[in-house]
Write a protein that binds this ligand. Structure first.
Ligand SMILES: [Zn+2]
Length: 299
């Protein structure tokens, strides 16, 4: 029994090292660089802050969160998946099919649970304290994809771990989904103005920058939409999709946190533990779908 446990532990650590550290991390770093260059050349929304200042603040805020993701969230999820493999217990072990189909089903399930997790981060005041750090970014670009408070990571260990276990994801499924999840997060936060037709086609399947830009609007009605992470159809399924907003009219951030000068790294790390300012529910603005404007996805 001890030998089996040791074998599983060694194997799961090896998968993280071999797939995530040696392959996934360089790919994610390259995706980040490509998006950073692309959004510099073809900007989607006007910026309020210099890019370098934003990159420094968001990178520093991300250090505790990213360390926790790599040293806690990912190993816990992979270990739970390995345990499940040993017990043959989760959903993936309850039906017969080939590895590819099972992998695809698991990807969809994990992505759906992340849609729900994102909704909960907005609806539950305790979780919003932490998610607010990500949303109060005055601009939205690929560096915003780094800006997650470490408290949000701690909360996600329990939630994401539980669904990895229930879904019966294999350790490889977990690591591959994590790489895709992080690449998708970088992509949809980027300020890259993709050719309109390309983005419209992509958006039928995945979350794109114009779609996620609406989620980062200071207008509460718009923030309460577009929660999907990788696949965009979860929002369509739950009627939380909103595409008819022109990107030129979006003001990104959180209305009650609009003093950029106060948002230092220390301030942002302490923010969840302070009194949270009320977020007003604004009036819904009229849809811009009638405008012949390429910055509005609903056209
Ligand atoms: Zn959000």
């Amino acid at each position: 029994m001890v030998i089996v446990t040791l074998f599983v532990q060694t194997r799961f650590m090896k998968i993280i090292r071999r797939i995530f550290d040696l392959r996934g991390t360089p790919i994610l770093a390259a995706v980040f660089v490509v998006l950073f260059i692309a959004e510099g050349k073809r900007q989607l929304r006007k910026r309020k802050q210099p890019r370098i200042k934003r990159a420094i603040i968001n990178s520093l805020v991300s250090i505790p969160g990213f360390s926790l993701m790599r040293l806690l969230v990912l190993p816990v999820m992979v270990k739970l998946a390995a345990k499940n493999q040993q017990l043959q217990w989760g959903l993936g072990y309850q039906y017969k099919s080939n590895t590819i189909i099972k992998g695809a089903v698991t990807f969809l399930l994990l992505d759906y649970t992340n849609y729900v997790w994102h909704v909960l981060n907005h609806k539950l005041p305790f979780l919003w304290r932490f998610h607010l750090v990500h949303h109060c970014d005055p601009d939205l670009d690929v560096t915003t994809a780094l800006r997650f408070h470490f408290g949000e990571m701690i909360g996600s260990v329990f939630y994401r771990g539980a669904f990895v276990f229930l879904s019966g994801a294999t350790p490889l499924n977990v690591v591959l989904y994590e790489i895709l999840f992080e690449a998708a997060t970088q992509f949809h936060h980027s300020n890259w103005k993709l050719p309109y037709k390309v983005e419209k086609a992509l958006n039928k399947i995945i979350v794109t920058p114009r779609m996620h830009g609406i989620h980062h609007s200071i207008n509460r009605q718009e923030t309460d939409s577009n929660y999907s992470v990788v696949f965009s159809f979860w929002d369509r399924l739950h009627n939380t999709v909103r595409l008819n907003i022109n990107q030129d009219k979006i003001v990104t951030g959180v209305a009650s946190y609009n003093n950029f000068d106060e948002m230092t790294v220390t301030y942002l790390l302490k923010l969840p533990f302070t009194k949270i300012r009320h977020q007003e529910i604004n009036k819904e603005r009229p849809a811009d779908a009638s405008l012949a404007d390429k910055n509005c996805l609903a056209l």
